[in-house]
Design a protein around this ligand. Structure first.
Ligand code: HEM
Length: 511
C-alpha cells in the first residue's frame, strides 16, 4: 500500500515537473521568436529614406511590374549609377567602373561570401558555383583546363546537335501538325537545356524532351531543390529558413528530401561510371574522375555545372525567341546570313562554322543585353572598402551589380538603348565586336567569368538556326502585346511561360 502511494506521488511529481518544463520551454520559445521577429522588424523598418520606404511598403509596384525595372529606374536617376537599399543592407550598382573594381581589381575583397554559400550550401555543397578561396581556385583551374580542350567542345556540339535533331525539332513538328499548334516554348527550352547539360556534365540522359513529355525523378528533384534553395534568399532573415531546417519543417523538409534523391542518383551514376571505366568517356564527370576520387566532391562539382548551365540557357532562349517574334526583320537577316555563309538550308556541322555567323552572334548578344538570364549578382565585401564612384562599403555589406539595368544605360549603349538592334554589335564591315565585359557582365566578368559561355553560345545559335529555318513561331497571349513579367528566382523566368503558335515553313513542309 505504502509503495503504491509513493509510486503515485512519484508519478504526480513527474507529471508536474514535465508540465513545468513544458511551460518553461514554451515561454522560452515565445521569447526567442518574439526577439527574433523584433530584430527583423527593427532591421527592416529602421530606415525611412524614399527608396527604403518604397521597398518596405512595396509602393513601387504601382508603377513597375518587375523589381528589376524599378531598380533600373532608380539606377538611371542616380548620378553615380549606384543606390543603397539600407533596410536589406544592399548596395546596387550599374556603374561599370564599380563592376570592374569588384570583379577584377579587388576580387579578393568581394567574394560570394558566407550568406550566399549558406543559401545554396545544402544543394550545391562544395561545388565551384558555391565556394570561394582555394576550393574555388582548384576547381576553376581544373574545369578551365578541361573545357578548353577541343574534344570536350566537339562533345558539347554533338550533345546539343543530337538533342535538337532527335527531340526539339520533332516536338515542334508534332505541335505544328496538331490542332492548334500551341506550345509553351519556355517549358520546351527548360527541358532541352536540362537534357543537354546532364548529358554534357555526367553522361546521363533524363529524356525530358522525349515525346510524350514527362519529367524524370531526377529532373523533378532538381527543379524542386533549385526552387526551394532560391526561396531561402527571399526570406526576411536567414534565421527563418535556418529554424525551419533545424526543425525539418515544410519547404525545408521537401528540400532535404529532394537533395537526398539527387544524391542517391548522382552516387549511382558515379559508381556505374567507375565500374564501366571512365577513361574513354567524353562527359565532364569522367574527365574529373581522372583527378578526383572523393565521390561527394565529384557530385558537388557536377551539380554546380548542371545548375549553372540549365536555367540560364533556357532563359536566354526564351527571351531571344520572344524578341525575334517581335522583330521579323532580325529573323530574316539571321536566315539570309546563314544561307550566304553555309548554303541554303544547310545545318552547321561544327561549332567553328558558327563563328562565321556574325549577325546571329550579334542578335544573341543583343537579346541578352536587354534580357540577361542572371539579372543581378551579389558579392559580400570582406573588409571596409570604397568603390570608384566614392560609395563607402562597410565590411559584410552585400554589393550587387545589375546587368539588367546596365543593358538600359544610355551612357553605355546610347539613346536607343531600349531598342533591340543587333547592328550595334557589328563593325562597318559586318564583323562582330565584343563590348568591354565590365559594361556587359551578362556572363559575369573578370576572374570568375562564366565557364560555360562558349557552350551556351553554341546552344543558343544552333537552336535559333534550326527552329527559325523550319518554323514560324508566333506569340500567343499573354506576351503577344506586352513585355515580360518575371517570376522571382535565381535566373529570369517568364511568369506563366511563353505560349506560342507553331507552324511549319513552306520550304520545310516535306522534311
Ligand atoms: C546564356 C547562358 C549563361 C549565362 C548568361 C551564364 C552566366 C553566368 C554568370 C553571370 C555567372 C557568375 C555567377 C556567379 O558567380 O554568381 C556564371 C558562372 C558560371 N557558369 Fe555560366 N552562364 C551561362 C551558361 C552556362 C553553361 C551552359 C555552363 C556549363 C557548361 C555554365 C557554367 C558556369 C560555371 C561553372 C560558373 C561558375 C564559374 C566560377 O565560379 O568560377 N554557364 N555564369
Amino acid at each position: 500500500m505504502e509503495s503504491q502511494t509513493s509510486l503515485t506521488s512519484w508519478f504526480q511529481s513527474l507529471c508536474s515537473s514535465f508540465f513545468f518544463l513544458m511551460i518553461i520551454f514554451s515561454i522560452s520559445i515565445i521569447i526567442i521568436l518574439s526577439f527574433f521577429f523584433y530584430m527583423i522588424i527593427r532591421q527592416r523598418l529602421c530606415c525611412n529614406c524614399e527608396i527604403c520606404h518604397a521597398y518596405i511598403t512595396t509602393s513601387w509596384l504601382a508603377q513597375f511590374e518587375n523589381l528589376c525595372d524599378w531598380y533600373t529606374h532608380l539606377l538611371r536617376e542616380s548620378p553615380t549609377r549606384t543606390i543603397h537599399i539600407h533596410v536589406v543592407g544592399n548596395i546596387v550598382t550599374a556603374n561599370s567602373d564599380n563592376v570592374e573594381y569588384m570583379l577584377k581589381t579587388r576580387f579578393e575583397n568581394f567574394p560570394k561570401g558566407k550568406p550566399f554559400s549558406a543559401i545554396l550550401g545544402d544543394f550545391l555543397g562544395k561545388g565551384i558555383f558555391n565556394v570561394d578561396g582555394d576550393l574555388w581556385r582548384f576547381q576553376r583551374k581544373m574545369a578551365s583546363l578541361e573545357l578548353g580542350r577541343t574534344a570536350i567542345r566537339s562533345y558539347a556540339f554533338e550533345v546539343v546537335h543530337f538533342e535538337i535533331e532527335t527531340r526539339l525539332v520533332k516536338l515542334l513538328s508534332t505541335a505544328a501538325d496538331g490542332e492548334d499548334g500551341l506550345l509553351d516554348l519556355q517549358d520546351v527550352f527548360r527541358r532541352f537545356s536540362f537534357d543537354s547539360i546532364c548529358r554534357f556534365s555526367f553522361g546521363l540522359d533524363p529524356k525530358c524532351l522525349e515525346f510524350p513529355l514527362s519529367l524524370s525523378e531526377f529532373a523533378m528533384a532538381f527543379d524542386l531543390a533549385s526552387k526551394l534553395s532560391a526561396q531561402r534568399a527571399m526570406r526576411a532573415s536567414p534565421m527563418v529558413w535556418k529554424i525551419k531546417r533545424f526543425l525539418n519543417l515544410g519547404s525545408e523538409k521537401k528540400l532535404r528530401e529532394s537533395i537526398k534523391l539527387i544524391n542517391v542518383l548522382a552516387q549511382e551514376v558515379i559508381k556505374e561510371r567507375r565500374k564501366m571505366g571512365f577513361s574513354n568517356q567524353k562527359d565532364l564527370l569522367s574527365r574529373f574522375m581522372g583527378t578526383i576520387n572523393d565521390e561527394k566532391y565529384l557530385r558537388d562539382i557536377i551539380i554546380s555545372f548542371v545548375l549553372a548551365g540549365r536555367d540560364t540557357v533556357a532563359s536566354a532562349l526564351t527571351s531571344l525567341f520572344w524578341l525575334l517574334a517581335k522583330h521579323p526583320e532580325v529573323e530574316k537577316a539571321i536566315l539570309q546570313e546563314a544561307d550566304r555563309v553555309s548554303g541554303p538550308d544547310q545545318e552547321p556541322q561544327s561549332s567553328e562554322q558558327l563563328t562565321e555567323l556574325h549577325y546571329l552572334q550579334a542578335a544573341v548578344y543583343e537579346s541578352m543585353r536587354l534580357y540577361p538570364p542572371i539579372q543581378f549578382d551579389s558579392k559580400f565585401c570582406s573588409q571596409d572598402d570604397v568603390l570608384p564612384d566614392g560609395s563607402f562599403v562597410k565590411k559584410g555589406t552585400r554589393v550587387t551589380y545589375h546587368p539588367y539595368a546596365m543593358g538600359r544605360m544610355e551612357e553605355i549603349w546610347g539613346q536607343d538603348c531600349l531598342e533591340f538592334k543587333p547592328e550595334r554589335w557589328l563593325k562597318a564591315d559586318g564583323v562582330f565586336f565584343n563590348e568591354n565585359p565590365f559594361k556587359y557582365p551578362v556572363f559575369q566578368a573578370g576572374l570568375r567569368v562564366c565557364l560555360g559561355k562558349e557552350m551556351a553560345l553554341v546552344e543558343l545559335k544552333i537552336v535559333a538556326l534550326s527552329l527559325l529555318r523550319r518554323f514560324h513561331i508566333e506569340l500567343a497571349a499573354p506576351y503577344k502585346h506586352r513585355s515580360p513579367i518575371f517570376s522571382p528566382g535565381l535566373s529570369a523566368t517568364f511568369h506563366g511561360g511563353l505560349p506560342v503558335l507553331v507552324k511549319r515553313k513552306k520550304s520545310y513542309l516535306c522534311k
